[in-house]
Design a protein around this ligand. Structure first.
Ligand SMILES: [Fe+2]
Length: 197
């Protein structure tokens, strides 16, 4: 493919929409199992099927040697005390990393590996976080405006969402006394009761 350049909208933080770019939108209805407070999820959904997050990225072939990159925008909001967040994923090609650079807003990047090791990093404009190979990752908007990140990962990495559906993330980001707090997930306890997953 030919080299190209694209432009970020510096007001919005994200890459500007153009014919080269595609936009993927995730609404509340497509994120049924990720939030802990099912009752508030149903209540919120009955009011409006809100956009929780979206990606804007150029079309690049999913091939070895290519790089996938773009901007992710998580809108502000909560389900119960839990902040709006991405579904989170491992890469299908597990041993591939990723880098995130915050362009706007504030949030937290959660990571977890298959051994159950978790890490989290608070992000604001200018903070870059490196996700090493073999770590699942999820971004969470803990602020009152859009949380926008630039991301880049190998073009043949792919996405594995299924592995996280059985066990989920071991920690969650919730509002406590007006501040974001990283706390153990209730699903973690369920997983332990079942002997883990
Ligand atoms: Fe990723």
């Amino acid at each position: 493919m030919d080299p190209f350049s694209i432009v970020a909208d510096l007001e919005e933080g994200a890459f500007a929409k153009s014919s080269r770019m595609v936009r993927n939108v995730k609404r509340l209805s497509s994120l049924r199992e990720i939030f802990e407070d099912e009752a508030d999820y149903q209540k919120s959904l009955s009011r409006e099927d809100r956009v929780v997050y979206e990606y804007t990225r150029p079309v690049i072939p999913p091939e070895p040697g290519q790089l996938f990159f773009g901007t992710s925008t998580i809108h502000p909001g909560r389900i119960g005390r839990e902040y709006f967040m991405t579904a989170g994923h491992y890469h299908a090609k597990l041993a591939t990393g990723e880098v995130y650079l915050c362009l706007k807003g504030e949030g937290i990047l959660l990571m977890q590996n298959r051994a159950g090791r978790t890490r989290h990093f608070r992000m604001r404009r200018g903070v870059a976080v490196y996700v090493p190979p073999c770590f699942a990752h999820r971004t969470v908007n803990t602020g009152s405006e859009e949380f926008v990140c630039f991301y880049c990962f190998p073009g043949d990495a792919g996405h594995d969402y299924e592995s996280l559906k059985t066990r989920g993330f071991l920690v969650r980001v919730k509002e406590r006394k007006g501040k974001p707090s990283v706390v153990p997930s209730a699903k973690r306890r369920e997983g332990r009761n079942r002997g883990g997953a």
